[in-house]
Design a protein around this ligand. Structure first.
Ligand code: CAA
Length: 380
């Protein structure tokens, strides 16, 4: 077993860490409050090749592996959870399905702009009445001549307000349930496609999370991704990859909670000494550090399974997401506890970190869904 990063992974970690500390961290508190989409920083991530991390170089990507993707998402999320998930979505929920399931024409047409930041990507799966139950989606697509006509609404879509390219799921035959779902690449200026409500979220607030509204939206036939009826399998396959990134995001968020807490424990005095001298504080810090370390190894292991080309790694990916989300919320809660009353104010970053952590247990499959995926694999 090799616990060392490759030379490229090490270099990437150093570069992204330096970049995130210098450019991403300083804006995190402000965009959390304003909800302004961090375009300036997203353009910089594009210049560093972080919008197409696993995309082959011939389509404008960086051609790295899936552990590298996790490393980059962890470092960005450590400094700003919004930026971390914006970049994660563009990579694993949008460029990855095009790389894995797209035709040569689709790859050439869509990947270079998604890698350069000219067009950002969003992933339209969740609906107002169908979140966990993907097969229960109500959005429909019917073929008419050279076009599919899409009708329906998607909700809670990260990046939607600023995206130019959308991966959208719709049912081409509702009687077939999961076997009737298909995947489409939808462009922002498609007639009949518009944006709805911009969500005012508790955390990851700068992510332009909006509804997608399809009213007889006309999608060219050649924008079907994969085959008709393959959509459910594509969604699950893509989520197997993207949940590794959410595990990595969790590690980054938890690491920032620990870093802030160690700093505070050294500075803050009570009873005539730094609170870090007290064993109850030390107990929390030791638990936090151990939880983060364990979660990080689960993320790397899931990335390793994907790198190795394992045909199914749903269990490993769900474990990394489930455990990462659980410990990130717990680590952030302990961080607030260490900060005492100040942790409940906007004077310290830990308040934002705690709010940001909660989404990890909800998006890209709730923690309950991850446990279903893990248990079904155990019992099969
Ligand atoms: N890879 C390939 N095939 C898969 C698969 C996978 N990972 N998982 C399931 N399948 C196949 C099954 O083998 C089965 O195939 P057959 O028809 O040949 O038997 C078929 O798909 C149906 O599988 P299930 O019976 O397991 O389907 P289900 O309806 O019970 O659903 C589920 C399973 C795990 C609950 C799934 O619906 C799920 O993951 N739900 C959560 C959805 C989710 O994560 N949404 C997140 C939205 S994206 C987001 O949040 C982005 C953002 O903004 C940040």
């Amino acid at each position: 077993m090799d616990f060392e990063f490759t030379k490229d992974q090490k270099m990437l970690q150093e570069e992204v860490r330096k970049f995130a500390d210098a450019h991403i961290a300083p804006d995190a508190a402000e965009i959390d409050q304003s909800r302004d989409f961090p375009w300036k920083n997203i353009k910089k991530t594009a210049e560093m090749g972080l919008l197409g991390i696993i995309v082959p170089e011939k389509y404008g990507g960086s051609g790295f592996d899936y552990i590298s993707l996790a490393i980059a998402i962890e470092e960005l999320s450590r400094c700003c959870a919004s930026t971390g998930v914006i970049v994660a979505v563009n990579n694993s929920l949008v460029t990855y399905p095009i790389v894995a399931f797209g035709t040569e024409e689709q790859k050439q047409k869509y990947l270079p702009a998604l890698c350069s930041g000219e067009k950002l990507g969003a992933f339209g799966l969740t609906e107002p009445n169908a979140g966990s139950d993907v097969a229960g989606m109500e959005t429909t697509a019917r073929l008419e001549g050279d076009h599919y006509i899409i009708n329906g609404t998607k909700r809670f879509i990260t990046n939607a307000g600023e995206a130019g390219t959308f991966i959208v799921f719709a049912s081409t035959d509702r009687n077939l349930k999961h076997k009737g779902i298909s995947t489409f690449i939808v462009e922002r200026d498609t007639p009949g496609f518009s944006l709805g409500k911009h969500e005012d979220l508790m955390g990851v607030r700068a992510t332009a999370n909006c509804e997608l509204i399809f009213e007889d939206a006309k999608i060219p036939k050649e924008n079907l991704l994969g085959k008709e009826g393959q959509g459910f399998m594509i969604a699950m396959n893509v989520l197997d990859v993207s949940r590794i990134d959410i595990g990595a995001q969790a590690v980054g968020i938890a690491q920032s909670a620990l870093d802030e807490s160690v700093k505070y424990a050294k500075e803050r005095k009570a009873f005539g000494q730094p609170i870090g001298n007290f064993e109850m504080i030390q107990n929390m810090l030791a638990e936090m550090a151990t939880q983060i370390c364990a979660a990080r190894f689960l993320v790397y292991y899931a990335g390793h399974c994907k790198n190795k080309g394992m045909p199914r790694f749903s269990r490993e990916s769900a474990m990394s997401k489930y455990y990462g989300a659980t410990i990130a919320v717990d680590v952030a809660r302990k961080g607030v506890q260490i900060h005492g009353g100040y942790g409940y104010t906007k004077d310290y970053p830990i308040e934002r970190i705690y709010r940001d952590a909660k989404i990890l247990e909800l998006y890209e499959g709730t923690s309950e869904i991850q446990k279903i995926v893990i248990a079904r694999d155990l019992l099969k």
